[in-house]
Design a protein around this ligand. Structure first.
Ligand SMILES: Cc1ncc(COP(=O)(O)O)c(C=O)c1O
Length: 378
């Protein structure tokens, strides 16, 4: 039998997190996580649940009753949206311009749907006319798009136009707002988004583990009228409703500490003000992209669809992306990330999210990057 392993006390390095997430966690959130547990049906926790739901409505800019944190990371919230809104046989239009559209397509397949693509090259947003053409061609029941594509650093503009096209065709719209919620302008109700999901560890600067999801009544009507059960028991919203809706009855044990963390991180957003927070991300990331340009690093995504929370620059000639990333980590305890999927080896992904979106972090990154490029002769 395995003997008791002799493992040291946990002592992770202190990193400056400027990658695609997780971002740095505010000390107040860490303190909230160190508070004692109560039961998931404790009256005090029931109050916490309501507060989290109200704070989430504020951050999503929605009045949706069906607003809750899903237990799990962003992919769990994504799967909750897809698994509940896609019935076997449904056609679902998904984007082909980034890594996370592919993940959405894979979830659609597993839900029994038929994923069809609206084409756009990686590094560009979806074009409204292409979406309209794809609707005419495929007549999808659901349209999913990625508001902030973390793999390319592209922000999808014209969201109200996209949702109008979908609604003219009687389709529901699912928005991936993982890298936009709490950092980039997002207005769920005003923009006509039927369901949106996100994650904690990006612009909310919360540890991953409880992931925001919101659905309007139209979306929830479809969920409640489904002919077949949702294929995931854990993520079935018609059952989760029992816990996060009025009854507050047991479905699964909520990740209490993650819910505490989310509550505190959302309180921080409310204190700052959502619009002020969007402006801070723009300002601080503006200094970042200008500084990277001064260092000679070429922007990958066009300025017109710049995503302040995730900035992509091309890997300069003569060096490997991993040399830059490793040097920053080893010499400066600073995390940035490599390209994903089609952009592997091509770009560096530099986040500017939540508590990491501070002038101090940006100045540190720029001087560390300058030294790194000099050191590598790039
Ligand atoms: C746009 C987007 N969608 C979905 C996800 C999945 O989230 P998670 O890794 O928290 O499961 C991510 C993660 O980076 C993301 O950036």
């Amino acid at each position: 039998m395995t003997e008791a392993p002799d493992v040291d006390e946990l002592a992770p390095p202190t990193r400056t997190l400027m990658g695609p997430g997780p971002s740095e966690v505010h000390p107040r959130v860490l303190r909230a996580m160190a508070t004692p547990l109560v039961g998931h049906l404790d009256p005090s926790f029931v109050d916490v649940m309501s507060e989290v739901q109200e704070l989430l409505r504020y951050v999503f800019r929605t009045d949706n009753q069906w607003t809750l944190p899903i237990s799990g990371t962003g992919s769990a919230a994504m799967e909750a949206a897809v698994a509940n809104l896609v019935e076997p046989g449904d056609t679902v239009l998904v984007p082909a311009n980034g890594y996370f559209g592919d993940r959405m397509a894979s979830m659609v397949d597993r839900a029994g749907g038929d994923a069809v693509r609206v084409d756009a090259p990686w590094g560009e947003p979806l074009d409204t006319a292409d979406v309209a053409d794809a609707f005419d061609e495929h007549q999808p029941d659901v349209f999913g798009f990625v508001h902030a594509e973390t793999s390319t650093g592209v922000l999808q503009p014209d969201v109200p136009e996209l949702t109008s096209i979908a609604h003219e065709h009687d389709a529901l719209v699912i928005a991936d707002t993982v890298t936009s919620l709490g950092g980039v302008e997002l207005r769920v109700d005003e923009w006509g988004i039927d369901a949106a999901y996100s994650a904690g560890q990006k612009c909310l600067s919360c540890p991953p583990g409880a992931s925001p999801l919101t659905l309007n009544d139209r979306a929830m009507e479809k969920v409640l009228a489904r002919e077949s059960d949702v294929r995931s028991w854990y993520l079935d919203l018609s059952m989760l409703e029992g816990y996060w809706g009025e009854d507050r009855s047991y479905h699964h044990t909520a990740p209490i500490t993650n819910v505490y963390a989310l509550r505190e991180s959302l309180r921080l957003v409310a204190e700052e003000g959502i619009e002020e927070r969007w402006a801070r991300h723009r300002d601080v990331a503006g200094t970042l992209v200008d500084g990277l340009a001064d260092l000679g690093l070429e922007r990958y995504a066009d300025e017109d669809y710049w995503l302040p929370s995730l900035n992509t620059v091309r890997v300069p000639g003569g060096v490997d992306d991993s040399e830059i990333i490793d040097h920053l980590l080893e010499e400066f305890d600073l995390e940035v990330a490599a390209g994903l999927g089609d952009l592997s080896g091509e770009v560096l992904r530099i986040g500017c999210m939540g508590h990491s979106a501070r002038p101090k972090n940006v100045h540190y990154l720029l001087s560390a990057m300058e030294e790194t490029l000099d050191h590598l002769g790039a």
